[in-house]
Design a protein around this ligand. Sequence first.
Ligand code: A3D
Length: 320
Amino acid sequence: MARPKIALIGAGQIGGTLAHLAAIKELGDVILFDISEGTPQGKALDIAQSGPSEGFDAILKGTNDYADIAGADVCIVTAGVPRKPGMSRDDLLGINLKVMKSVGEGIAKHAPDAFVICITNPLDAMVWALQQFSGLPAHKVVGMAGVLDSARFRHFLSVEFGVSMKDVTAFVLGGHGDTMVPLARYSTVGGIPLPDLVEMGWTSQETLDGIIQRTRDGGAEIVGLLKTGSAFYAPATSAIEMAESYLKDQKRVLPCAAYVEGAFGLDGLYVGVPTVIGAGGIEKVIGIKLSADEQAMFDKSVDAVKGLVAACKTIDPSLV
Ligand code: A3D
């Protein structure tokens, strides 16, 4: 059987890391596409030359021609601009919306059967626009944010509790922005929910609140340190986790920006929710019960996403 084909649209910091990870994990052959001439070709060659040491079998090719993504099984989109210190994700909307138009058209023409994972910010609005521009079915177009946000939450929790990250689960809902909703009640250490750990005296409510805020600000913390761009290692591993679940039909339960119609009282919006990813794409959106407080936080986050979607429609009236 031929190897799967993975097309990476955008060969910048995240795109290059995605290519390296996909090759090391032997998920398939990799096409790196970018408008910048030389960048995808150079990165593809560099990563291919790590193959003998790493011992992977994968063909890597860099290109500036959309025709090379033909027949891709998975497309991961990072094309666009990242933020710099002082910028919010929302400041990227105008410029990245134009990028989503060209990317959506390229995917529709050359890889209409692909499972598409969008990473470009502002995430929830960009994945919505990408689905509109590409015309692909909504269950085949999804945004990566929740896996990263919950990985950040898990990392901070494992440090606080001094336990393995493997035994920490975390749950983050809502849009990928300042209003994201890390849910303590559904996050656990060794299966014990966080509020119980506070009651047991293993940590304080104040410390937990601090970790939740640090999770919300996780992207900005790294932008502030790097100064020239945003996080790329953890965003890439998060998207690879989603791609692998699709390619291997693992049916992982992962928080993603999925198109939600019906669940959570939504009537057609991309926002971060728990999903099942398998060979069918987004096979299920898991509608969980929220407390009044959690619902209020989720509604606030949904309103922020709706505001960004409305801004996209104002900029490009072809979007409906
Ligand atoms: P960067 O290293 O600048 O790479 C972006 C690449 O996109 C560059 O190589 C550009 O040449 C290329 N590009 C620009 N326009 C086009 C186009 N029209 N077609 C094809 N390629 C194009 O950025 P990065 O890799 O660090 O980040 C990429 C995106 O991911 C940004 O929008 C970030 O804000 C976003 N991001 C999202 C998360 C989430 O959790 C959702 C996390 C981190 C970064």
